[in-house]
Design a protein around this ligand. Structure first.
Ligand SMILES: [Ca+2]
Ligand SMILES: [Ca+2]
Length: 390
């Protein structure tokens, strides 16, 4: 089983990480990268309200209350029986609700509503897994090639990265996880902790501790906060991801960086949320792994003064063929093939993807202004991306 496929089910597409042997991983460029199908989430809609400029003058609770009041009023007006689900009061002004398509159309025409969008499935940029998870005893520390290539490691002590992903292993001995601010947006009995491995891997590239064990991150020892929006299979919904972005906008501060190594189809609501939240913290976004123009994918396609979209390359400096492309929105290329980092269960893994490139840029942003060092070779858009460097 060499290919990774995304199966779009009625309600949720599930990303399957196929069990690949080491031999099959010799050349990730030969991997057939899956086409990302953006399935809608049955019956659920994101309602974005027209901006109430006055709202910024209120505290979190008052903003939340006012949006909820507006939402409940709208549902009553259009006789929509189901209750309000997520409330967005910071990165967006809006809410989510389950309703019939006809009701969504009527609601979208209301004078207080900017637009209504069907909720969609979103997945982590697909990755190929090699090596093994779990690690006892802990291996002697090594510096991954990507960290060296971008000019790291630097001292990230006291800096904060918000990892919007599958969660983070809270007890990994090579990570400094803020368990208090970590949060889950998956609902039910979910916790902020990683059941997949992807988010813990991203966290390690950003900020693994400079000690005796494991690896060292670009901004070594920085605090990582889990903002869990993707499940064990690596999938979630735009409504949940926006809830995570909204949380970062409400909780973060300038100097912090948010990492989004995930993507899906185009979503105006998600784009708007990230753009607004970037007024508070910097965002590093994966270009995506569909060998496609990044302008076809949210949040990768967003441009802004505090938004950085990242493509991926090999250690040789050659373009990773799975990487999405296009300038704009791509700002930098970074290491994304054979990236060794922390993994769930206190372990370490080698993964490929723009998911792995993005946290190098997040680490650099934590350390300060990004510089560049040369250009990737073989960039398919003919406009070679500069390689991010400290
Ligand atoms: Ca370490
Ligand atoms: Ca380019």
């Amino acid at each position: 089983m060499k290919k990774l496929k995304i199966l779009a089910a009625t309600f949720l597409a599930t990303l399957l990480i196929a069990g690949c042997s080491q031999q099959e991983l010799i050349n990730p460029d030969n991997e057939t990268t899956p086409e990302l199908k953006s399935a809608t989430v049955s019956g659920k809609y994101i309602v974005v309200l027209k901006d109430d400029a006055d709202l910024v003058n209120y505290n979190f609770q008052s903003r939340n209350f006012r949006i909820k009041e507006t939402a409940v009023g709208l549902l009553k007006k259009y006789e929509i029986a189901s209750g309000v689900e997520e409330i967005y009061e910071t990165a967006l002004q809006g809410f989510t609700v389950k309703m019939a398509p006809g009701q969504a159309k009527k609601l979208g025409a209301d004078s207080s509503v900017k637009f209504v969008e069907a909720d969609q499935v979103i997945s982590l940029s697909p990755v190929v897994v090699s090596g093994r998870s779990g690690s006892a005893p802990q291996p002697i520390q090594q510096t991954p090639w990507g960290v060296t290539r971008v000019g790291g490691p630097g001292d990230g002590t006291g800096k904060t990265a918000w990892v919007i992903d599958t969660g983070i292993d809270p007890t990994h001995p090579d990570l400094n996880v803020d368990k208090v601010r970590s949060a889950t947006f998956l609902g039910g009995k979910s916790t902020p902790w990683d059941e997949n491995g992807h988010g813990t891997h991203v966290a390690g590239t950003i900020a693994a501790i400079d000690n005796e064990i494991g690896v060292v991150g670009v901004a070594a020892g920085a605090t990582v906060v889990s903002v869990r929006v993707l499940n064990r299979q690596g999938s979630g919904t735009n409504s949940g991801v926006i809830a995570g972005v909204n949380y970062v906008a409400a909780s973060g501060q300038r100097g912090d960086v948010a990492n989004m190594s995930l993507g899906g189809g185009v979503s105006q609501a998600l784009d708007d949320a990230v753009l607004n939240a970037s007024g508070k913290v910097d965002f590093a976004l994966a270009a995506g792994n569909e060998s496609d123009n990044a302008n076809n994918h949210s949040p990768a396609r967003i441009n802004g003064a505090h938004i950085y979209t990242v493509s991926a390359m090999w250690e040789s400096g050659a373009w990773a063929s799975f990487s999405n492309y296009g300038n704009p929105p791509v700002d930098y290329c970074a290491p994304g093939v054979y990236i060794y980092s922390t993994y769930k269960g206190g372990g370490y893994e080698t993964l490929h993807g723009t998911s792995m490139a993005t946290p190098h840029v997040t680490g650099l942003l934590l350390l300060g202004k990004i510089h560049t060092d040369g250009y990737v070779t073989g960039d398919p858009d003919g406009n070679a991306d500069p390689i991010a460097h400290r």
